[in-house]
Design a protein around this ligand. Structure first.
Ligand SMILES: *Cc1c(COP(=O)(O)O)cnc(C)c1O
Length: 229
């Protein structure tokens, strides 16, 4: 298993370099989030030993179980739908929450973050393709949400995230990534207080190369590193 993960990671990093070369970006701008949901501790440890530090999980319970068993400098990113009643448990263990999809959730994070004296970095999830089955703000709701959340002192909006549709050909998702990038740039230019707009989390195993070409600063890759779930 360890050897496979090492080989897969080499491939993903080589692909990041070539995508960046194609569009003239600095590879340092792109952070790989190794999506380790459902995978055992040994798989995370193997990726850690290869130098990975950022891991993506979609269940609070799984983060709570894994975190105490792994090195302290391993960072967990919450990428799945988050229920408000799980926020309190999650906050001590999470580096960034990518999946903030409502003001009520942001407000709960504010309350719990204030309680423990922390400032929590979040991304707003955007349902760019308007899929019924997906969570997230509609494109035309995002600016207002950023403005409202910018008033929460213990929450910092760092950028946007999207889960693109499942497609056969990754090129089909290029317009989705372009649209999120445009929104990100538009909001960045407004220089909103307490808001950084420096993270654009988009691209998964099937389409991360296209996402990088369209401006992703975080890509979330699971299957391409750890194999099928
Ligand atoms: C599972 C998951 C991923 C990784 O998907 P792969 O296709 O395995 O790379 C990325 N983002 C989110 C939100 C996920 O739930």
């Amino acid at each position: 298993m360890k050897e496979t993960i090492l080989e897969n990671l080499k491939q993903v990093h080589a692909n990041i370099l070539s995508s960046c070369a194609r569009c003239g970006r600095d590879p340092k701008e792109v952070t790989l989030i190794a999506v380790s949901k459902t995978k055992p501790l040994q798989a995370l440890q193997a990726a850690y030993d290869c130098g990975e530090r950022n891991f993506g999980e979609n269940k609070v319970q799984e983060i709570l179980q894994k975190a105490p068993m792994l090195p302290d400098d391993l960072c967990f990113h919450m990428i799945g739908h988050l229920q408000r009643n799980k926020v309190r448990q999650l906050l001590p263990y999470v580096t960034m929450i990518h999946s903030v999809d409502s003001l009520r959730l942001a407000s709960e994070i504010q309350q719990e973050a204030e309680r423990i004296g922390k400032v929590v970095d979040i991304l707003l999830e955007v349902n760019v393709a308007q899929e019924e089955s997906k969570f997230g703000f509609a494109v035309n709701e995002v600016l207002d949400a950023v403005l409202q959340i910018s008033r929460f002192p213990n929450v910092r909006v760092c950028g946007l995230m999207t889960i693109a549709p499942f497609v056969e050909n990754s090129e089909q998702n290029r317009p989705v990534f372009q649209k999120l990038f445009q929104l990100y740039v538009d909001i960045k230019h407004k220089n909103i207080d307490n808001t950084s707009m420096s993270v654009l989390s988009m691209g998964m195993t099937g389409d991360y190369q296209v996402a990088i070409e369209e401006g992703a600063t975080m890509i979330r890759v699971g299957t391409g590193i750890f194999g099928v779930r």
